[in-house]
Design a protein around this ligand. Structure first.
Ligand SMILES: Nc1ncnc2c1ncn2[C@@H]1O[C@H](COP(=O)(O)OP(=O)(O)O)[C@@H](O)[C@H]1O
Ligand SMILES: [Mg+2]
Length: 368
């Protein structure tokens, strides 16, 4: 694929200087393209949308159009009050006026503006960085908190509905003979299945709260990890949330929980030494102070009551997904060694335990 030819299909001023791979995303293929004229430079991000993850790219582009229109207008209104210049990418149209381009092989490409002078780190850098991540996610939730639900289609139905993952886990054990074998031939796997059973009832906590009206649906990001949060190179402040394809109507609690799960576990998801896997309470405090300051603008007291459960639940959910995949024979998460998904599950379950141990401290932090 000739990238420099491909990008000429988009309506960008100046002459192309270079186009090259950028970022460490693991869903889409992402490139940085630079255009210049005598006086100015334009930097844009070109992406091939992963059609395996998103079978209907036109749906996610329509969502992106709605989200950016809503947020750009709101950012404009809020700019006088804000303590910084917040940003959100803009869609760059093709020369024929479309939001995306389909190449000869049927792949879907889009171009969006680059967030200037900012970095998406792969790991949490410091307490200050964790705090900024919280601020960015909280502000992002506020920006989307009043978009009409029916304007955004769900790009990944069933994503983050924990009881659904539990029924898929049950199905595998029920229907795949090798899964039963894997479960019963290892002490470790049996211990982990007991861990799951003890939390079966708990797994419905957020869905129940939604059903009985204690919690309401708002727009969630869907993948609020640290390398989807841009930090300004000059001020160290957060400036944008990127990777907007998984935005959908849901519970912002899932984002909150997932962000803490990933940002406050410095050992990461693959750590071989389980003793190192813990929820770092200081990082959690820092993230939370940034988030809650923004969340005051839209969250109720009852929302806050469920924040602890959300951190515990999403960590349990991810562990369960890894464990199920191990039992099913590694069909979803790629592995580089045998038992990797079993180990990943162990890491999340260990993290989940360390969250449970900190319940009182965390509840106090979240609810005041
Ligand atoms: N608008 C943007 N401005 C600056 N960098 C970006 C932008 N969009 C993506 N990137 C960079 O590319 C990486 C991958 O893009 P992302 O949209 O997150 O794709 P993926 O879904 O594959 O994670 C990001 O982590 C970031 O480094
Ligand atoms: Mg990303």
């Amino acid at each position: 694929m000739d990238l420099s030819q491909l990008i000429q299909n988009f309506d960008i001023g100046g002459r192309l200087v270079t186009v090259m791979p950028t970022g460490n995303g693991n869903v889409n293929d992402t490139y940085l393209a630079i255009f210049r004229n005598t006086f100015e430079e334009y930097q844009v991000i070109m992406q091939r949308i992963n059609s395996k993850v998103f079978p209907d790219p036109s749906l996610i582009m329509k969502n992106l159009r709605e989200v950016t229109a809503h947020v750009h207008a709101k950012l404009d209104k809020d700019s006088g009050r804000a303590d910084r210049v917040w940003q959100m990418p803009q869609i760059v149209k093709t020369r024929d006026g479309n939001d995306f381009f389909i190449d000869d092989e049927g792949a879907v490409w889009r171009v969006i503006t680059k967030i200037p002078s900012a970095t998406a780190f792969d790991e949490t850098q410091s307490l200050e960085h964790a705090r900024e991540c919280g601020t960015v996610l909280g502000y992002f939730h506020w920006l989307l908190s009043d978009i009409e639900e029916n304007k955004i289609a769900d790009p990944l139905p069933g994503f983050h509905i924990t009881p659904l993952y539990l029924s898929r886990y049950d199905e595998v054990i029920e229907n795949v003979p090798e899964a039963k074998e894997r479960l019963f031939s290892s002490m470790e796997a049996r211990r982990m299945s007991a861990f799951v059973e003890k939390r079966r009832e708990f797994s419905t906590v957020l869905q129940k709260a939604l059903l009985c009206g204690e919690l309401e649906k708002r727009m969630m990001h869907g993948d609020p990890k640290v390398n989807n949060i841009m930090i300004d190179d000059f001020t160290g402040k957060g400036s944008a949330m990127i990777d907007l394809d998984t935005i959908s109507p849901g519970l912002v609690h899932y984002d909150f929980g997932d962000a803490i799960r990933s940002i406050c576990n410095p050992a990461g998801e693959e750590e071989p030494d389980l003793r190192k896997v813990v929820l770092d309470f200081e990082l959690c405090e820092a993230f939370c102070s940034g988030y809650l300051e923004q969340a005051e603008m839209f969250m109720s007291d009852i929302d806050k009551v469920y924040l602890f459960d959300s951190v515990r639940l999403i960590t349990f959910e991810l562990g369960l997904r890894f464990f199920r995949d191990y039992l099913a024979g590694n069909v979803y998460f790629k592995t580089t060694y045998s038992d990797q998904n079993l180990h990943r599950a162990r890491v999340q379950f260990k993290l989940c335990e360390s969250i449970e141990v900190r319940e009182n401290m965390m509840r106090k932090l979240f609810c005041g």
